[in-house]
Structures are given as C-alpha cells and as structure tokens.
Design a binder for this molecule. Structure first.
Ligand SMILES: Nc1ncnc2c1ncn2[C@@H]1O[C@H](COP(=O)(O)OP(=O)(O)O)[C@@H](O)[C@H]1O
Ligand SMILES: [Mg+2]
Length: 506
C-alpha cells in the first residue's frame, strides 16, 4: 500500500469564541475522491484552509504522502502539490484564460510572446488530458461560470498539483454542469490525482465519492465507505439525529390571481437590465418557484416586487391594481410580505432586540403605540413572546435578545415570523434557507406549506433545485432575466429544468 495522500491527525483550531476544529482526523488515500460532509459551520472550510496553508492549526500533525510537514502558506501547499478551488473564483474578467492561469507565476519576467504561446500550448494540453474543453484564448467575461471553474482547476493543474481540494464546487452550477464536474473528478483520479470534495449534498457524495468523512460542530464524527452507507445514515451522522427528507403536502388549490407581472424590466446595480421583460402569475394558495443559477436577475426581481428597486418598464399588478410606483410601506399595507435574500442588510436590524425586530413594520400601529406616539412596551413584549413560541425561535434572553447574538437560523425565523404575522396575501421568499442548518430548514419548509394552505400566494426564489422541486406547485425557470420556461411541479424533471437554466429556451 502506498502511503495515504493526506493524514491530518488531531487538528485543533480555535477562533475567538468558537472551536472550529476540535481534534479532527482526516485520512485520504492516493487517487481517491474523498468527500468532506457537514452542515454549515461544521468546520470543513477551516480544515481545508489549514491543509492549504491559509490558517495554522493550534495543534495537530499533517503528513503528506507519509511525510510529516509544516504548511505555513499557500506557497508551501503548492510546493507540496496541493491546490484548492475556492467557493468564489479569483479570476480577472478582461484577461484570457491563459493569462489568468499564469498570473502570479511570472511576476519577475514580463510575459513575452513566446512565454504566452508556450503557456497557451500547455493549457490546451492539460485541458485535453482531463477533458475540460477550455479554450486557452477565451476571455473570462465571455465564458460560463462552469467554464470559469474549470479555469480554476487548470490553474492548479498548471502548478502541478496532485491533491485537489474543492470547497462546495457545485453550489454555483446547473445540474448538467454538476454531472460534468463529477465526470471531471473521475478523469482526474484516473490520471492519479487525489480529490477532496466538500459538499452538504448527499446525492453528489453518492454519485462521486469513494469514502466520506463527516464533521459536526467542529468534531470528527466518522469516515465511511459511501457505497455501504445510505443517504439517511449519512444525514443522521451529519445532523446528529434522524432527518425527514419527505415534505408532506396536499395538492394546491389555487384561488384568485394575486400577483401578475407584465413584461417587467428592472435595472440592476451595474446599470444594465437584470430583469428583462419578465411575465409571471401567482395565484392564492399556490407556491410558485423561481429556479435558476445565481446571477440571472433573481435578487432584482424580488427587490422590484417589494419596492426596493424601481421598475424600468412593465407592470406589477397586485389583485389587478398596478403597484409598481408605490412605496415599500404601501406595498406592505397592500399585502406584500418579503423574506429578503440578504437577511442582515434588509431583514433585520442586528443591533436591535428580537421584540424590536418583530415590530419593525408595525410599531406605528395602534397596537404598539399610544395616541401620543409612545411605545406600548407590555403589548410589544406580549407579541414577541407569542411569536417566539409560535415560530420556535431560540432566543436565550427572550424578547430582549439582541438579533446579532443569534444563529442564522433563528435570525431567519424572526424575519419569517414578522412577515407572516402581518398576514400578507403575497409572500416572497428569497433564498429562505441558504446557509441554515437542517433543523431550521425543515421548520421553514413546513411553514411555507402551511402558509400556502392558508391561501397565501407564495413566490419562492431559490438556487437549490431540490428545495424548489419539493415545495413548489409550479416552477418557472429564470435565465438572463426572463422566464425561460414554466412547468407544473409534478411533470418537472431535473434535466429539463437544468437545460432551461442553462439558457436553452423550451
Ligand atoms: N476566520 C474566522 N474567524 C472566526 N471564526 C471563524 C472563522 N472562520 C470560521 N469561523 C467559525 O468556525 C466555525 C467553522 O466554520 P467553517 O470552517 O467555515 O465551517 P463550514 O465550512 O463547515 O461551513 C464556524 O462557527 C465559523 O463561524
Ligand atoms: Mg465552508
């Protein structure tokens, strides 16, 4: 047996107030695809950042191919043949693929024509060997996100990495691109490379990995043979209890037309249209999902309906009345509730207490202010206690808990409680479970179904196709600011949706 590619033994890393890695062990065989599984905050990125020399561990030992090493910087890691593809790419958009790949390598020499030609040739060869189909001369701004990720892969292959770390690489990809990436993994290991693949998606682990190490709250839980473990066993190890994947729901009973978008165009932050002539209808008592890959106009769409962004042209009709020029406050009054994508920027005031956050939109009403304009504190506390109980908000200090001291899942529950409490007819949920743990996700999913069943029109915008498929009654796929196609959820198949997401109009 050759020595393992990687052994990390009893790795501990403490950040102020949190033990990110607590005596963690990881052993990865050469030529393997090894998955690292864990919920948000489990310590996966920290462990890999230690392996890549971005953090120094407080204690623990690292061996690479059987030899004990100290990895003090990414340069040390590169010299040991370790490369990392980060969650966010680090590419320069108006440079070519090859220029990006050699960037940083030839700092002392200006690139001569000959250097560049040689580099282009080598990039083409690497692309060919690993089946990446990357054009060495393409500009980054003209290629898809999936291709950009392959440029990041080429960047580390160019530096002769034979241990490749991928931190949640599938989060930004369409289902087709995910399949292709997993094929590339197999191609890489067939050529002798070793892969560590971070994900929280069990399906992907089942499809690609041989072994899987599970972390939970900074601790090492187990390493298992993926073929021998079921998805629910893996989930249970990840979460620490059994998990219910199936969301029980009755068929929708749609009522009146609540929201109608007509040929809506919205300008995004860069001054170019982000939503381009989008039309959509949402009825009472149904959940309509907007499926799509990041960067296709989703936040701008939600912001325009809620009144956070102006409408350039087209109409937003709420029960037949055009509200596209109304203030945020009036749209609230008219029955639009919004769980925003950025819960820190638009959802909460972090320095405020839970009870204050729960009345942000209603404190001027007679329930919470007396005629002289003073707040009625006992009514506010009573209201907060009711919602804390009703929405299972874990707030250590009750209504007085500061929002910033709570976990992401509980912050999200505060926002959802506030919005639902106003009994909106239209509830817009933008990435409502992003970054939350399984317990909070289960709760929020159940709540979305409940609100639908109470007759609200729910518009769910999510990058998680599984979330859309399991919750929605109708699915609209957004691509480049337009609805590329619409399907009843029962008939939707993942590949078809994936094709629409990728811009193939159906
Ligand atoms: N640079 C940092 N400073 C302080 N705390 C951090 C830092 N990086 C991560 N953490 C904390 O360490 C824990 C593990 O985080 P992370 O390794 O990013 O988890 P994962 O990648 O599994 O989601 C979390 O509680 C996180 O908030
Ligand atoms: Mg991470």
């Amino acid at each position: 047996m050759p020595a393992p590619a990687i052994e990390m033994i009893n790795i501990t890393k403490v950040f102020p107030g949190v033990i990110a890695n607590d005596q963690v062990n990881l052993r990865v065989e050469q030529g393997a695809i090894h998955a690292l599984l864990g919920e948000n905050g489990a310590g996966k990125s920290t462990l890999m950042s230690i392996l890549f020399g971005l953090y120094e561990p407080d204690s623990g030992i690292i061996k690479i191919r059987g030899k004990r090493v100290k990895i003090r910087s990414p340069n040390d890691a590169t010299a040991l043949g370790i490369g990392m593809v980060h969650q966010h790419f680090r590419l320069i958009h108006n440079f070519t693929v090859t220029e990006n790949i050699i960037l940083g390598l030839e700092l002392r020499r200006r690139w001569g024509n000959l250097d560049l030609r040689n580099a282009e040739k080598r990039v083409a060869e690497l692309s060919e060997t690993y089946g990446l189909s990357v054009d060495p001369l393409a500009r980054i701004e003209n290629i898809t996100v999936g291709m950009q990720q392959r440029v990041e892969i080429l960047k580390i292959l160019y530096r002769n990495a034979d241990i490749l770390i991928f931190d949640e690489p599938t989060a930004v990809l369409t289902p087709q691109e995910i399949d292709e990436l997993l094929n590339i993994f197999h191609r890489l290991t067939a050529e002798g490379k070793t892969i560590i693949f971070i994900t929280h998606k069990l399906k992907e682990i089942k499809a690609a990995a041989g072994r899987c190490t599970i972390l939970r709250r900074g601790r090492y839980i187990d390493t298992v043979d993926v073929n021998a473990a079921s998805e629910s066993e893996l989930a249970e190890k990840m979460v620490g209890r059994s998990v219910n994947f199936r969301i029980e729901k009755q068929p929708a009973r749609p009522g009146d037309l609540i929201l109608k978008l007509e040929d809506l165009t919205v300008t995004g932050s860069r001054g170019v249209p982000a939503v381009r002539g989008l039309s959509l209808e949402v009825y009472a008592g149904e959940t309509v999902g907007i499926a799509g890959v990041d960067g296709n106009g989703q936040p701008e769409l939600a912001a325009a309906i809620a009144g956070l962004l102006p409408v350039k042209s087209g109409k937003i009709l709420l029960k037949g009345r055009d509200v596209s020029r109304e203030s945020i406050k009036n749209r609230n009054k008219d029955g639009i509730g919004m769980v925003p994508e950025d819960r820190h920027k638009h959802g909460l005031i972090l320095d405020f207490r839970v009870d204050e956050n729960l009345i942000l939109k209603s404190f001027r009403g007679k329930n919470y202010s007396n005629p002289a304009g003073f707040l009625r504190f006992s009514a506010i506390a009573k209201h907060a206690n009711f919602l804390i109980e009703e929405f299972d908000i874990r707030a250590g200090n009750g209504p007085a808990t500061l929002a910033k001291s709570m976990s992401g899942g509980n912050q999200q529950k505060v926002i959802i409680a506030r919005e639902i409490d106003l009994s909106p007819e239209l509830l817009i949920m933008s990435q409502p479970t992003r970054g939350l743990d399984v317990g909070a996700i289960e709760y929020i999913h159940r709540r979305i179904i409940e609100e639908r069943d109470k007759g609200r029109a729910v518009l769910l915008i999510s990058f998680e196709l599984d979330e859309i498929l399991s919750l929605c009654d109708r699915i609209a796929v957004i691509s480049q600011g337009r609805i590329a196609g619409e399907l009843p959820a029962g008939e939707a198949d993942e590949r078809q949706i994936g094709a629409l997401m990728g811009g193939l109009h159906g």
